[in-house]
Design a protein around this ligand. Structure first.
Ligand code: SF4
Length: 256
């Protein structure tokens, strides 16, 4: 039997709302009710642009004009609600990649890009952990830095990096391939054009590994016949709200 696959998105969905996890991953509604997601589409376009930028050798090899032209060419309308919305996001995207480009010129890094946009999998025993890593840099001392781009955040702090579930999953995935290398995890917030990085110690990674195993065991052994949704702030924007109201008797809060 194939082992169940868990990604950071799937785990985060469960931690946000187990009923949402049920709809999204255990029923066909997850596909049927998928909505256009402009924020996700915007992020995907920026990821593609930055992947191209680094694969082409960065600012040393690519002029700002050529980079801008490529971003326009690579831009995909998929996932936006209208062409106008896509265009508005594209203009913001062009500004963000321009400031990213400028920062690379002003403060060139001594690190080299090891890879970008790569999906890694790791057999974790009862399940498979899978994650798509935005970028990994290799520093001159051998340290590997896992970088996660965020296109919506106005700010990023060390605490956010230390608490980021996806980055810890990526560290576990990378650690399997590079067990002797020191690892850092980082969020690069594209709007403020700011990167915050912290080291991740082996003990922390071991502790996270155990927590992750317990979380996945909880999901796999959960009693999915019992679903009692309760209103949380995320319900207001949830694609499964109608289902929860009609099928599971979710009660709207009084103030609505
Ligand atoms: S509507 Fe609320 S309770 Fe129902 S799945 Fe969505 S977030 Fe969960």
């Amino acid at each position: 039997m194939r082992k169940p696959i868990f990604s950071p998105t799937k785990l985060t969905t469960y931690l946000t709302c187990r009923v949402k996890y049920h709809w999204a991953y255990m029923t066909p509604y997850g596909k049927w009710l998928r909505r256009p997601n402009p924020a996700f589409a915007f992020g995907s376009n920026l990821h593609r642009a930055l992947e191209y930028f680094h694969n082409m050798g960065g600012a040393d090899r690519l002029s700002p004009e050529a980079f801008r032209a490529v971003v326009e060419q690579l831009w995909s309308h998929a996932g936006f609600e209208t062409a106008q919305q896509s265009e508005a996001f594209k203009q913001t995207g062009l500004e963000l990649v321009q400031q990213y480009y400028d920062a690379q010129v002003q403060e060139p890094s001594a690190a080299v890009v090891l890879f970008t946009e790569r999906t890694l999998r790791r057999d974790m025993g009862r399940y498979v952990l899978m994650g798509r890593i935005d970028r990994v840099d290799e520093h001159p001392d051998g340290t590997l830095e896992i970088i996660d781009y965020k296109s919506g955040r106005a700010e990023v702090t060390e605490e956010q990096v230390r608490n980021d579930l996806a980055l810890h999953c990526y560290a576990l995935l990378l650690h399997e391939h590079y067990p002797d290398r020191p690892l850092w995890i980082a969020i690069y917030a594209l709007r403020p054009n700011k990167k915050v990085a912290v080291p991740i110690e082996t003990a922390t990674l071991t502790e996270f590994h155990e927590l992750l195993n317990r979380l996945v065991a909880q999901i796999l052994d959960d009693d999915w016949a019992v679903l009692n949704p309760e209103w949380i702030p995320e319900c207001a924007e949830c694609e499964f709200l109608e289902l929860c109201l009609r099928r599971l008797g979710l009660k709207l809060p009084n103030r609505l």
